[in-house]
Each structure stands twice: as C-alpha cells, then as structure tokens.
Design a protein around this ligand. Structure first.
Ligand SMILES: C[S@@+](CC[C@H](N)C(=O)[O-])C[C@H]1O[C@@H](n2cnc3c(N)ncnc32)[C@H](O)[C@@H]1O
Length: 187
C-alpha cells in the first residue's frame, strides 16, 4: 500500500486531475458524510476518491446493506484503494472515468443512485466535461436525490445551478485550503 508521502507526491505530480496538494480534512469529510441520510442511501457513488479519505467517512455512515461505487482514474490511487478497502464488501472500485458511469451501472444492475459525492477538480478541467458528468449524475438520481461536490472556489456554482436548477453551499474553513461543499437536489 502506498504511504502518505507517495500519495502526496502523486497529488503534486498530477495536479491538474487531482486538484489538491493536501487530503481533505476531517471537517470537510464529516460535512460531506452528514449530508447523507443512511436510511435513504442504498446506492452511493463517489467520483474521484483519491486516497479514499472521504470514502472511509461515507462507509462509516452507510448501513451494512448499502453499496458504494467509486470511480478513480489515477493508477497509484487505484492500487492504494484496492489494498486499503480489500476487506470492505460494500465498496465497488471502478478504475475508469466518471464519464463512463452508465456502462458500469448497467453492468452492476444499478437503476438509480441515491447520492453522488464528487471531489473531481472540475475547476481545472474543460467545462464540457463538467457538464457531461454533472448531467449524467442528475439523470441517475431519483427525485430529491443529492449531488454533493466540494471545491475551493465558488466559480462553478452557476454551472451546477444551470444543470440542477438549484445549489446550496456550505463553507468549511478548517480545510487546506478552505473548502465549499456545493449540494444540488434533483428537482
Ligand atoms: C481532489 S482529488 C480528491 C481526493 C480525495 N477525495 C480527498 O478529498 O482528499 C480528485 C480526484 O479525482 C480524480 N479524477 C479526476 N478526474 C476524474 C474522472 N474523470 N473520473 C474519476 N476520477 C477522476 C483524480 O485522479 C483525483 O484522485
């Protein structure tokens, strides 16, 4: 399993796709996990788990019969996640881009996703990719299902509002850098 230093090095090496140099703080992880109502969360999908710091908080929040499917494209993080969560039967690790989510949902018989949690650094990626992934998430959510995204700037709030019709933002000062949790509800 990669150690903390190797994972940090990987974040620096791939800054465009990882979008951060420090892992999310427990305050940020908690703020995200608390958005999830365990009684309604039978299928949760995390996009861009990185080293799995938020993943663990999500698993701690979910019931034993829930599923957490995670999409990650970075090989170092994929190898780390495979080892770190080897004994977690609720976790389905997909070593592929979030753009391909539909293929995997069909393969696993998933017809609806109760919550999406995303750490993909869309601010640094093409707008068309953000719209593509956010729209796909919207399509797979049931009515009132949530898309939860964290960012370090408010830049993309108007984009999420265009896709979902609404956004709700929480400020998390105790994170490096301070973060925003942007939540959108499927109307
Ligand atoms: C900011 S890191 C998140 C790390 C971790 N969740 C945290 O909070 O510390 C963003 C992650 O998104 C992944 N990523 C970027 N584009 C992606 C895509 N299209 N599909 C899946 N994962 C992606 C990167 O490889 C990276 O691990």
């Amino acid at each position: 399993m990669a150690d903390r230093f190797q994972l940090l090095k990987e974040s620096f090496r791939n800054l465009r796709n990882t979008g951060s140099v420090a892992r999310s703080s427990r305050y940020l992880c908690q703020a995200i996990a608390e958005k999830i109502d365990p009684s309604k969360a039978k299928v949760v999908v995390e996009l861009g788990p990185g080293d799995g710091v938020i993943t663990q908080y999500l698993l701690d929040r979910l019931t034993p019969d829930a599923k957490l499917m995670v999409f990650e494209i970075n090989d170092v993080f994929i190898d780390h996640l495979k080892t770190a969560f080897a004994h977690e039967p609720r976790l389905i690790l997909i070593p592929d881009s979030a753009t391909e989510m539909g293929t995997y949902f069909e393969q696993y018989g998933i017809t609806t996703v109760d919550y999406f949690v995303s750490g993909i650094p869309f601010v640094m990626l093409p707008e068309a990719l953000t719209i593509d992934i956010a729209s796909k998430c919207r399509n797979w959510l049931p009515k009132k299902g949530l898309f939860i995204q964290f960012h370090y700037s408010p830049l993309l709030i108007p984009l999420y509002r265009r896709v979902f019709g609404n956004t709700d933002t929480d400020f998390i000062p105790l994170n490096l850098p301070p973060a925003l949790v942007i939540t959108c509800e499927k109307e």
